[in-house]
Write a protein that binds this ligand. Structure first.
Ligand code: PFF
Length: 446
């Protein structure tokens, strides 16, 4: 079986591909606004603890299962379970992952569409000289325009599915090589600029001085969900990438490198955004519009602001693109495993996601009052429940599979670390990651 799948061209290509999946809207858009709504520093603290104790070990588990199975998630889980004498029902975990990424991609594509709109607007110099209030009002007016939102959502999905249809390895390797370093550099520049503004110190206090009184079960749940979301863990999406991982590469090292990079992108973005929030007296709890309102303001104050802003939105768009491609992969791999041709499978996924995405795109206008569950509209539902509940649940089950069901030698071989590193990983997954995720999920239920 292993010969039939293509492999990433090099170790670097694998790390870049996983980084491409991890770094996206989660770091630059979602992290600042969720942190803003959940007490800032206290959220950051809990989130980093969760990344290290849950996200990272489960990420290793997920990639490891993919590498051991060397095929699409459902087939890999089914085959490995059969080999270990476990239940064939483990295959359903792959299907659950596909459902999770389906929900996530539906709103991800809509928000990525916002980036397209902002890219075009910044190229046209629309933000030059605009005040914070004007930019905020412009964003609200944009959200209230269903035609534009649907158009951009469609455009983004076509861009994504085009690459997926062509086969991931070919499409991604070259793009990631160039994109990640550039995005990082731009965020560093922005953070350095932020350090010269009066909002910098309050931003650091807000992000790094936790007030423990603010820890609540909600903060803990959101921090856990975001730890999984930002690392792209829990939906078998990385499992699909693990299937293409070269045999000799060290999996723990690759995963750790991605986690460090991922957290640092979120931090840089948080510093840049909150510096503007505090310098301009904006509200850190304003929700999904936070990045789209603050960064145009920040850039407009820089020399060549419009050009910088355009570059930023271009890079952001490319970063979300690589994440969206990863979100689509488990669904396409699943249909392909069921015998569908790749192009056909991609088109079926695209159509389903597009339709579901319409509900999110219209949640700010025509469907604003359609609140089917918990008093939330569709956008609010799909952008919170799959990340906060489905990903941790899926991740926990993947961890159970990797640490309890898979034969130890097989796991050891796929993790690529047979010494104390393996036992450290195994014990963290068994005795910390699984129980901790379970407890937080259980507490969310009540
Ligand atoms: N990690 C991506 C981000 O931070 O934008 C989002 C994501 C990708 C979540 C893939 C889940 C996933 F399976």
């Amino acid at each position: 079986m292993s010969e039939t799948l293509e492999r990433w061209g090099s170790r670097r290509a694998f790390i870049l591909a996983v980084t491409g999946a991890a770094v996206g809207l989660g770091n630059i858009w979602r992290f600042p606004y969720i942190a803003g709504e959940n007490g800032g520093a206290v959220f950051l603290l809990v989130y980093i603890v969760f990344v290290l104790l849950l996200g990272l070990p489960v990420m290793m588990a997920e990639i490891m299962v993919g590498r051991a199975g060397r095929r699409g998630p459902i087939q890999a889980l089914g085959a490995l379970a059969a080999e270990a004498g476990g239940s064939r029902h483990w295959r359903w975990l792959g299907a659950f992952g596909a459902f999770t990424v389906f929900c996530i991609l539906s709103f991800y594509s809509v928000v990525s569409g916002w980036s397209i709109e902002f890219l075009v607007a910044s190229i046209n110099g629309k933000f030059s000289g605009a005040t914070a209030q004007e930019i905020g009002a412009g964003f609200d007016a944009f959200l209230a325009n269903p035609g534009l939102l649907v158009f951009n959502h469609t455009l983004f999905l076509v861009m994504t599915m085009g690459v997926v249809a062509a086969g991931i390895a070919k499409g991604l390797e070259r793009l990631n090589n160039l994109l990640m370093p550039l995005l990082y550099l731009l965020l560093v520049t922005l953070a350095i600029y932020a350090s010269t503004t009066e909002g910098f110190v309050p931003a650091l206090v807000w992000l790094f001085k936790p007030s423990m009184a603010l820890i609540t079960p909600t903060v803990i749940l959101h921090a856990m969900g975001h730890a999984f979301f930002t690392l792209a863990v829990g939906a078998c999406a990385l499992m699909a990438y693990g299937a293409y991982m070269p045999d000799k590469q060290s999996l723990p090292k690759a995963a750790a490198a991605v986690a460090v990079l991922d957290i640092s992108v979120a931090l840089l973005s948080g510093i840049a955004i909150f510096a503007v929030v505090f310098a301009q007296g904006l509200d850190p709890t304003q929700g999904p519009g936070l990045m789209f309102v603050t960064l145009p303001i920040a850039f407009s104050e820089l020399p060549w602001g419009a050009a910088w802003l355009s570059v930023f939105f271009l890079l952001l768009l490319l970063a979300t693109w690589t994440s969206a491609i990863n979100l689509a992969e488990p669904m396409v791999a699943t249909l392909q495993g069921a015998g569908m041709k790749r192009v056909k499978a991609t088109m079926a996924v695209a159509l389903g996601v597009w339709l579901m995405g319409l509900l999110s795109a219209l949640s700010f206008s025509s469907l604003a009052d359609f609140r089917p569950f918990l008093g939330r509209n569709v956008f609010e539902l799909v952008s919170s429940i799959p990340p906060d509940i489905f990903l941790p649940l899926g991740g926990m089950l993947i961890a159970v599979f990797a640490a309890w069901v898979m034969p130890r030698e097989k796991a050891q071989e796929a993790l690529g670390n047979s010494g104390w590193g393996f036992y450290l990983w195994l014990n963290i997954v068994r005795w910390i990651a699984i129980p901790m995720t379970f407890i937080v999920l259980l507490s969310a239920l009540f």
